[in-house]
Design a binder for this molecule. Structure first.
Ligand code: HEC
Length: 493
């Protein structure tokens, strides 16, 4: 039977060829990171396929279907394995790259293998980033909003890419669908393609072996059975660790995303270093931390094979590179620890209002239409034209503005400026009209705080009357705002 298949396909000799590959210097536990990453990827694909059976991507169903997953013990466990599998995979890719960098295994002829490896790290991070949004709970929403806004600040194509990834001016079903498409289809396809290339190049060059200047004395080991045994042992322990963590520490599931509430988002651990760096810079220099330094760092990492000009891979001849690696690792770990501590302090000040058990136990509310603030209903006898327009303005506000500026115009730190108690809003009406009609971008400062985001232009979305009324509302009803109303005639200028 096997012979029959072999004669028609050549599969057996292919497998034999694969397994009998040489391992210069003999098998070693130093070489297990690549195969363990591959194993973690298989765990992710398997659990990920299951999750797509249960998850429904849209603003009305993403959180609800995730909640249903949490309520089913088996589904909850699969989700938890997927969560810890992601952590394992990213940690292993980092360790794999680090080992290759320390051993100088990127040196000729393996430069392209290094580059493909770095691209694999980027795809893995993109998978983490896109997966983070999908549960559509508070942190998923607000953390993804931060990453989308960062994308928007990139030079040239930033705003366009943000708009495409977000699927329009505000986050919603389109955003979930795009992240979902990237997460379950485009990124995995890229990942498999790059893994294929990575392994093919690996086979072509053979394994790099130990750091030794004189290669004649090296004994030659075989992949099968020695290296294969070590790889299997490590993958087994990785799997065991993922299962234990999934069992004892499933990820927290918060309330459904509510853009009108104040929330302090926190990033996944693998973005903590970037998050920490962002805090080192004043707001005007944010793009340095979020765009320029990471890009420069990436270019340097990609160019390591050419930066490291030593003739051999020995540690002695590569002192500069090794110190550089040590420094980078120390900075990344330091920044990550520092921002984790900061986040824990912030979370301590603002603990989640409900426990997960309470969130899961609450009956799912029927989709309630946004309720206009009380002013909307107070069209009464006292109704001057100003308060009538403010009443209509309240409805316009809750439908168009509250999603970003908050139901009470309280804003969101860092991104959406408050409109309540904001001197700009109660100041020169023509400036407020211009801002609402034409939109705003770039940083604005209110009460010493800086806000940076995109304010859509409303002139083609709302009628002149709506614009006048909503401005009247924000100038007269939010917080202690008490400025003059705005008429349609003013707004039409
Ligand atoms: C998609 C989110 C979003 C929506 C929806 C939105 N805004 Fe804004 N708005 C912003 C952002 C972000 C800024 C700050 C702009 C910047 O960073 O340059 C802003 C700024 C403003 C400002 C200027 C505040 C200042 O201190 O400079 C006013 C006034 C304003 N918005 C009114 C409105 C009104 C009225 C609506 C509804 C018709 C609305 N916004 C809807 C995001 C939004």
């Amino acid at each position: 039977m096997l012979n029959w298949i072999e004669r028609r396909t050549g599969f057996l000799s292919m497998a034999k060829d694969f397994l009998t590959e040489d391992v210069p210097g003999g098998a070693s536990y130093w070489y297990v990171f690549g195969s363990a990453t591959l194993f973690a990827m298989i765990v992710q694909i398997t659990t990920g396929i299951f999750l797509t059976f249960w998850y429904a991507p849209s603003a009305a169903t993403a959180w609800e279907s995730t909640r249903a997953i949490y309520l089913n013990p088996f589904e909850h466990f699969v989700l938890s394995v997927h969560y810890w599998g992601a952590t394992a995979m990213i940690a292993l890719v980092f360790l794999h790259l680090l080992q290759v960098a320390i051993f100088g295994a990127y040196k000729a002829p393996r430069e392209l293998q290094w580059i493909v490896g770095v691209l694999l790290l980027l795809v893995t991070l993109a998978l983490g980033l896109t997966g983070y949004l999908l549960p559509w709970d508070m942190n998923a929403y607000f953390a993804s909003q931060v990453s989308l806004n960062i994308t928007g600040t990139a030079p040239i194509a930033g705003p366009l890419i943000q708009n495409i990834a977000q699927g329009g001016g505000v986050m919603g079903t389109q955003t979930i669908n795009r992240f979902f498409g990237l997460h379950v289809w485009l990124m995995p396809a890229l990942l498999l393609l790059l893994v294929g290339a990575h392994l093919a190049i690996f086979r072509h060059n053979g394994s790099a072996g130990p750091v030794a200047d004189d290669r004649r004395g090296l004994k030659v080991g075989r992949f099968w059975p020695d290296q294969m045994f070590m790889d299997t042992v490590v993958s087994f322990f990785v799997f065991l660790l993922i299962l234990i963590l999934a069992f004892v520490a499933p990820p927290f599931f918060d309330q459904k995303a509510d853009p009108t509430v104040l929330f302090q988002p926190y990033p996944a651990w693998y973005f903590l270093a970037l998050f920490g760096m962002l805090n080192l810079f004043p707001p005007q220099l944010d793009t340095l931390a979020t765009i320029y330094i990471p890009t420069l760092f990436l270019v340097i990492v990609l160019a390591i094979p050419w930066i490291d000009r030593s003739m051999t891979r020995s540690f002695g001849s590569r002192k500069g590179v090794l110190w550089g690696i040590a420094l980078v690792v120390a900075v990344i770990v330091g920044l990550s620890v520092q921002s984790q501590l900061r986040i824990m302090t912030l979370q301590g000040q603002n603990p989640p209002s409900l426990s997960e058990a309470q969130i899961l136990a609450a009956p799912v509310a029927a989709a309630t239409p946004a309720v206009a603030p009380a002013a909307a209903t107070s069209t009464g006898a006292s109704g001057t034209t100003a308060s009538a327009s403010a009443a209509h303005g309240a409805a316009v506000f809750s439908q168009n503005c509250a999603s970003c500026h908050g139901a009470q115009g309280q804003g969101l730190p860092g991104t959406f400026p408050p409109l309540a108690n904001n001197p700009f809003v109660t100041g020169d009406p023509s400036k407020v009209i211009a801002a609402v009609k034409n939109g705003l971008h770039g940083a604005v400062s209110v009460g010493g705080q800086t806000y940076n985001g995109q304010m859509p232009a409303w002139k083609s979305q709302l009628s002149t009357q709506d614009i006048a009324d909503v401005i009247t509302y924000i100038r007269t009803k939010l917080g202690s705002n008490n400025a003059s109303p705005v008429s349609a005639a003013q707004a039409s200028k």
